[in-house]
Design a protein around this ligand. Sequence first.
Ligand code: DNO
Ligand code: MN
Length: 362
Amino acid sequence: MRMVFRWFGEGNDLIPLDYVKQIPGVEGIVWALHDIPAGEAWPLERIKEVKEQADRYGLHLDVVESVNVHEDIKLGLPSRDQYIENYKTTIRRLAEVGVKVICYNFMPVFDWTRTDLFKELEDGSTALFFEHAKIKDLDPLELVDKIAGNSTLTMPGWEPERLKYLSTLFEQYQEVSEEDLWQHLRYFLEQIIPVAEEHNIKMAIHPDDPPFSVFGLPRIIVNKQSIERFLTLVDRPANGLTLCSGSLGANINNDVAEMVRAFADRIHFAHIRNVKTDENGDFIETSHRSADGTVDVLSIMKAYHDCGFTGYARPDHGRHIWGETCRPGYGLYDRGLGIMYLWGIWDMLERLKKEGSHAGGQ
Ligand code: DNO
Ligand code: MN
């Protein structure tokens, strides 16, 4: 397991790289050029700039999260071909600085969706929260007006200047069924995977978060069965997964440890975090500890270890603790604690394996 840490870039992330460097066992940053709009090719000079920054601290930049997919590709519009060409250019340029894994997602309109970014937990820390009642029954086309007049409905990407664009997108997605979205994903992969392969890069799709339809938009990477289907769309090692335990774990019926065992050879990047779901299917993000949520992080780590996982892993979101001011889900403290929990489990599993093999040999 190769531990990496998401970092949003100089001037954009409050956490300096010398702090990242001090987290035990962290060898690289997970990065992106967050200001480049989806669909544009990333400029090589900008990529090299990040490489220099990471080099200064002896951190690698093997993992990119995310090269976002333009909506026209997901919508299957004729303009998608140009955006796919740009995506290929970005892959080639990332290969030039030694990138090995590219994480992306295929969620229409939004990345992760929550109804509260700072929900208080019992211990006084805050975390990201999703509550069905808050958004269910909302018609996507009426939604934009509602949000415009309701400041308590806070969601990433809901900035006022995006609202007009969002209503157009919602209209366009009315024509796109789940099956259409699968076909658009296949079209994208058939072009992208050979280029990634040629450049020794693994593509790693992130599952939908949460793993069910929100606002009537189609969502397709949601459970074991859909991941199986995804992997056969283009059945090549370069077409792989970012297995996110928290995203998938938001559906209590998803057994993430079982998925690790089933898909081990196609998991290029592990996102590890815990969530606590309740009887309504609402969920709050918690510490990484197994006992604190409904995702069995211990079993997931055991599964990775049993499979001899040598890929990249990162703690995913953390809570906001100890008064830290940070971007939602991405503080230093709780992710640092998460890493130590993951290493604790991992190191002990390694020790037991060694002792077992000694004992077996006698
Ligand atoms: C949620 C996070 C996501 C992730 C993107 C990947 O679990 O890991 O925000 O970064 O969906 O494209
Ligand atoms: Mn994730």
